[in-house]
Design a protein. Structure first.
Length: 168
């Protein structure tokens, strides 16, 4: 039993910041992101022996975060609003703070499903099939929402989509 707890604690210490950033990208609120991660970790703890044996800890936690976010968006009257916004420590990145802030703001303008599809596909680099499985939708739905979401991001960021394709 102690070994499972030690392995779980090590996983949480290593992956919690990443899971929190994933949750923030999905919901756009640091407090709600923390709640989503806490929900995911509580469910992961209960299922730890089975999930750890299969080596699917990260995928399980991500799936709980995505589904908890979906549940939360379906029950807006149950949401709590924080009065002060909490910020993470700055992360070293190749883009400027202004560009990163603009990107996060543009992500929040997408519909929830478009935002989920874009974050899972392009930020977490999941395949269409993996994204469909995590969202519980068909691959065609993932492709449609990803395409629309990227088009909306390009518009919001004033990015020429043809220029983007040439740089890839």
């Amino acid at each position: 039993m102690r070994r499972n707890e030690a392995e779980f604690a090590a996983f949480v210490a290593a992956r919690r910041p990443h899971l929190r950033r994933v949750a923030y990208a999905l919901c756009g609120d640091w407090h709600q992101a923390e709640d989503l991660v806490q929900t995911a970790l509580a469910k992961l703890y209960v299922a730890w022996p089975r999930i750890h044996k299969a080596g699917a800890e990260e995928a399980y936690a991500r799936q709980v975060i995505v589904r908890a976010n979906i549940d939360e968006s379906r029950r807006p009257w149950r949401r709590e609003r924080a009065c002060a916004e909490q910020h993470d420590r700055p992360v070293a990145a190749d883009i400027s703070v202004e560009d990163r802030s603009e990107l996060v703001a543009a992500l929040q303008q997408l519909t929830p499903m478009q935002r989920r599809a874009v974050v899972l596909r392009h930020w977490l680099d999941l395949s269409v099939e993996q994204t469909a499985a995590e969202l519980g939708v068909s691959t065609g739905t993932v492709k449609a929402h990803t395409s629309r979401g990227l088009a909306n991001l390009h518009s919001a960021l004033n990015v020429d989509a043809s220029a983007l394709r040439r740089t890839r």
